[in-house]
Design a protein around this ligand. Sequence first.
Ligand SMILES: Nc1ncnc2c1ncn2[C@@H]1O[C@H](COP(=O)(O)OP(=O)(O)O)[C@@H](O)[C@H]1O
Ligand SMILES: [Mg+2]
Length: 221
Amino acid sequence: MIELKHITKIYGQGKEDLCVLEDVSLRIARGKFTVLLGPSGSGKSTLLNLIAMLDDPTSGQIFVDGKEITALKKEAARSKLRLTKMGFVFQFDGLLPEFSLLENVELPARMLGKSNPKKAQKLLERFGLGAMVHKLPADLSGGEKQRASIARALRNHPILLLADEPTGNLDAQRKLQVFEDFARMSREEGLTILMVTHDVHAADFADEVFILQERRLVKTK
Ligand SMILES: Nc1ncnc2c1ncn2[C@@H]1O[C@H](COP(=O)(O)OP(=O)(O)O)[C@@H](O)[C@H]1O
Ligand SMILES: [Mg+2]
């Protein structure tokens, strides 16, 4: 489902270059729940951003669902692939402040011309937010916003879910719920999930665990 081949990422910083990933190769099979651990600043978000096509590697190739995404240069092609195949939960919830939760969750479907607010409602209910669908993000707690952003990521039935510290604002119980939910979605619905986290408990729920350190990936489960 995801394949990284010899990925190197060097950020140009004027005089000094910063090499964050060096010759990283990785293969994640369909329907696996994979967790990526690593110290702060080790390049975890960089790696997710490359798969999300939000940035380009310095060298190497990335394949998603058999397609070489590093060969896709046009933004239109990239955003179509993102919208139809991928769901994103980033460190910051990224909800649009002037829209209700329902509208936020419905947005990805509207962008595809496939609006059906009942589906957004169902998703929000599934994440315990059924009573708040008409509220604005500003009226919610950090945890509620984070759950809403998970609901939004699932709205277009992605085959790949990329999550960057999606449980950072959740209490311990909600955190475990998300990990359980992710494990179940990968097991029962065949969703491929790559989740970056600081929480070592996530490893218990994952099929595979990698640690990113000193520019390289090490498999620990
Ligand atoms: N756009 C950028 N330009 C330059 N340096 C960056 C950029 N994004 C991240 N970095 C640097 O790359 C390193 C890895 O960052 P990041 O991928 O965000 O790490 P993590 O998510 O593991 O905390 C850090 O040293 C960070 O400062
Ligand atoms: Mg990060």
